[in-house]
Design a protein around this ligand. Structure first.
Ligand code: AMP
Ligand code: TRP
Length: 346
């Protein structure tokens, strides 16, 4: 069963016979939450028919904080994320689903691209600065994270990368390194465009609507995020306890960040337009909005969870999907790598 389609802008279908390429991925560092679904996966699913798609599980990126890695858990999380891609509606017949670690051309290309990235670009990355400030030891992989992400994208010469807005800086550096490579070795890479939703590209934490909903905060604070595998009673507990403000009724014009976030969740998950959602909740109590949101979240997640359970019940099918995905991804990425090796002279 496929998840209820949520509102996600459709990019016009390509008219030319050659389909454009979409690539995206998620790190298997925790369970996916509703922000991952709205900002990334729902857009992948909505646009699936229009493109040649590759959806990757970025398990090599998960090694950039090696202290947080336990081999068995990383293996299992990678499969869980792959199963969730499919449960959310990614059709392996239409899209290539694969583990990053199954395509050796990614780290190979990352080395070559890394050689073209000035150190200053890497040191300026917001994600690097924030992760490095929290770590006791900073490995060079954390600094070189953008080189590997650029390789993920450029290995398929992707045209579009659908992600939440926290990834925009990574896409900028990908374009910059592609341009620098083209300048040094000859025009080769197309410059990929970021595909962000116009609303819902940044969902905030339920417990603290001033911070982005994230996997790492979800591990520390039990009411921070709705996880895709949460049961209805957990969803209810988290939404009913979500931070709002000292008021009691929805005022659309000056809604506080917490109320705005709840309205945004409702709008994106119910696939309704903003004016309708505003008319539905203006002047109503926060409790009314929260109850309506619980119903929508449960309705969206229920089919995803049931599809997820079906997939897990058939581990061979998941193995086949990943094996088939790896074969297809390797074919494309190896061709790019061969071209790149020729261009740089190795
Ligand atoms: P991550 O959880 O950082 O591996 O992110 C996986 C994908 O989900 C990326 O495309 C992110 O931009 C997107 N994403 C992560 N958190 C959010 C959020 N709170 N709101 C919208 N998109 C998000
Ligand atoms: N950095 C992304 C994140 O944390 C994951 C990622 C790795 C990715 N490689 C990618 C996303 C290539 C898009 C394209 O969410």
């Amino acid at each position: 069963m496929i998840a209820t389609p949520v509102k996600a802008e459709l990019v016009p279908t390509q008219l030319s016979s050659k389909r454009k390429t979409v690539l995206s991925g998620v790190q298997p560092t925790g369970t996916l939450h509703i922000g991952n679904y709205i900002g990334a996966l729902s857009v992948w699913v909505a646009n699936q028919q229009s493109y040649r798609n590759l959806f990757m599980i970025a398990n090599l990126h998960a090694l950039t904080i090696p202290e947080a890695v336990k081999a068995e858990s990383l293996r299992q999380k990678a499969r869980e994320v792959a199963a969730l891609y499919v449960a959310c509606g990614i059709d392996p017949e239409q899209s290539v689903v694969f583990l990053q670690s199954d395509v050796p051309a990614h780290p190979y290309l990352a080395w070559i691209l890394g050689c073209c990235i000035p150190l200053g670009w890497l040191e300026r990355m917001t994600q690097y600065k924030s992760k490095a400030s929290q770590a006791d030891t900073v490995g060079s992989g954390l600094l070189n994270y953008p080189a590997l992400q650029a390789a993920d994208i450029l290995a398929y010469r992707a045209d579009f990368v659908p992600v939440g807005d926290d990834q925009n800086q990574h896409l900028e550096i990908t374009r910059d390194v592609a341009q620098r490579f083209n300048h040094l070795f000859g025009e080769y890479f197309p410059l990929p465009e970021t595909l962000n939703r116009s609303s819902g590209a940044r969902i905030m934490g339920l417990d603290d609507p001033t911070v982005k909903m994230s996997k790492s905060l979800a591990e520390k604070h039990r009411n921070h995020a709705i996880m895709l595998l949460d049961k209805p009673n957990e969803i209810k507990r988290k939404i009913m306890s979500a931070t709002t403000d000292s008021g009691s009724e929805v005022h659309i014009e000056d809604a506080s960040p917490g109320v705005h976030n709840l309205l945004l969740l409702y709008e994106t998950l119910s696939a309704q337009d903003r004016a309708r959602v505003q008319a539905q909740f203006a002047g109503k109590g926060y409790g009314y909005l929260k109850k309506a949101l619980v119903d929508v979240v449960v309705a969206v997640l229920q089919p995803i969870q049931s599809a997820y359970n079906d997939i897990l019940a058939d581990p061979q099918r998941l193995d086949d999907i990943l094996q088939d995905g790896a074969a297809k991804a390797n074919t494309i990425a190896n061709k790019t790598l061969a071209d790149v090796r020729r261009l740089v002279g190795v």
